[in-house]
Design a protein around this ligand. Structure first.
Ligand code: HSE
Length: 418
């Protein structure tokens, strides 16, 4: 009999318990083992829950029970959850998690502890909700050199952008709806400020780079300043606005910056982008996520599905539990960063930008930005002007914009990312 413990009975925790019991018989058949959830840890009381007899408040009860071999950490954050995961792995219990914050900040350390104790630390549910992406990257695509990963990795912001820009809904209303639907983080600033997508791209980049990539090294910009006017210009340009998380290997020569002197560099970012219609990412709407992986041999592979929500995420957690129970399963790992970071200064990288300005004429725009492509939208006020720049670094663009009245500034997704 393999006993499982669930830490945290929030949206994903309760979903995991439901999914597990709904399909328990099938799981037992496929694993050829008797399985059960023995404990659910939560500080709250759930007297009316059908699982009321399983609730405990003391993590040591779980830790000291030799019958428990797999723990699902669904608490979130990197304080109490970190302590529980570390102690569980050190005690020889495998851990599975949807906690991207913990994986993105302490992944290298926890993966090493797991390896040293011959147990697993799996985190399929931490990126892309129900979309299988971690295991495919680790296993199916391990034969290839992955050169870039570009995606829509936050369901909440994609839902908000879709409802705002396609249906005219108000930001605050759609955010409340996303919270109601169980898409948003406990602190939704993590979604709308880009932090959640940043943690996810760090996890994917760490996997492909084999070195821990930390969130604080990633250029991150959220979606709070995007307006319907910007969306109208995006449409007239021939695309859509999406929050894009991207990581790509580049050579030091291409890095256009004082990056690491040798070895490979990583260009990594999270920011809203104008995405051209020919990109597969431009039509990804609502809570859906899509992750475009480009490999040297494979070419492009796209992973698509529900990126957030109780049951999609719970199904990924349960799949990890079942994998962790397999006697021969082992988590792959990445190492702690040693020495200089491989991440280049994103603000020095050149991109094209959409700019929407007020109170400036075409001649002055051309004088400042050179040859640009002007855009139109219906019923634009006389004082408004919008255009696409030539390639320019953010640093240089911000300097040029210093004294201008900027109404909108959005990066154009790189052609190489399309
Ligand atoms: N808040 C996250 C999102 C949940 O919206 O994508 C899934 O990680």
């Amino acid at each position: 009999m393999s006993k499982i413990a669930i830490l945290g009975f929030g949206t994903v925790g309760s979903g995991t318990v439901e999914v597990f019991y709904k399909n328990k018989n099938n799981y037992q058949k496929t694993t050829n083992a008797e399985l059960d959830i023995k404990y659910i840890l939560d500080i709250r009381d759930f007297p009316d829950s059908p699982y009321a007899d399983k609730f405990v408040k003391d993590f040591d009860v779980i830790l000291s029970d030799p019958e428990v071999t797999v723990i699902a950490e669904l608490i979130g954050g990197n304080t109490f959850a970190y302590d529980c995961v570390k102690r569980a792995l050190e005690a020889g219990k495998s851990v599975v998690t949807s906690n991207k914050e913990l994986v993105a900040t302490k992944g290298a350390e926890l993966l090493k502890i797991a390896r040293d104790n011959n147990v697993n630390y799996f985190f399929e549910a931490s990126v892309g909700g129900g979309i299988p992406i971690i295991r495919p990257l680790q296993q199916c695509l391990m034969s290839d050199e992955i050169t870039s990963i570009v995606g829509i990795l936050n369901g909440t912001t994609n839902y908000i952008l879709t409802k705002m820009l396609k249906e005219g809904a108000e930001f605050a209303d759609v955010l409340s709806k996303a919270q109601e639907l169980g898409y948003a983080e406990r602190d939704p600033e993590d979604d709308v400020g880009g932090g959640d997508a940043c943690r996810k791209i760090c996890i994917l980049a760490s996997l492909i780079f084999g070195e821990h990539i930390y969130p604080e090294d990633v250029y991150t910009e959220g979606v709070t300043s995007i307006t319907k006017e910007d969306a109208e210009y995006a449409t007239s340009w021939g695309g859509a606005i999406k929050l894009i998380a991207a990581a790509q290997r580049i050579t030091p020569a291409a890095a256009n910056t004082a990056g690491p002197a040798s070895g490979e560099c990583l260009e990594i970012s999270v920011c809203p982008c104008f995405v051209p219609l020919e990109s597969q990412l431009s039509g990804v709407d609502d809570v859906f996520n899509a992750i475009l992986v480009r490999g040297e041999a494979t070419g492009e592979v796209v992973f698509y599905g529900r990126g957030a929500g109780k049951y999609p995420t719970a199904s990924a957690v349960v799949a990890d539990i079942l994998n962790a129970l397999k006697p021969d399963s082992r988590s792959l790992a990445w190492d702690e960063k040693g020495g200089e970071s491989c991440v280049v200064d994103y603000e020095k990288q050149k991109h094209r930008f959409y700019l929407r300005l007020c109170g400036i004429g075409k001649a002055e725009v051309n004088g400042l930005f050179g040859d640009v492509k002007f855009l139109r939208r219906e019923n634009a006020p006389e004082s408004e002007i919008a255009f696409i720049t030539q390639e320019i670094s953010r640093e240089e663009l911000n300097k040029k914009c210093g004294n201008l009245n900027v109404l909108g500034k959005i990066q154009i997704m790189n052609v190489r990312e399309v």
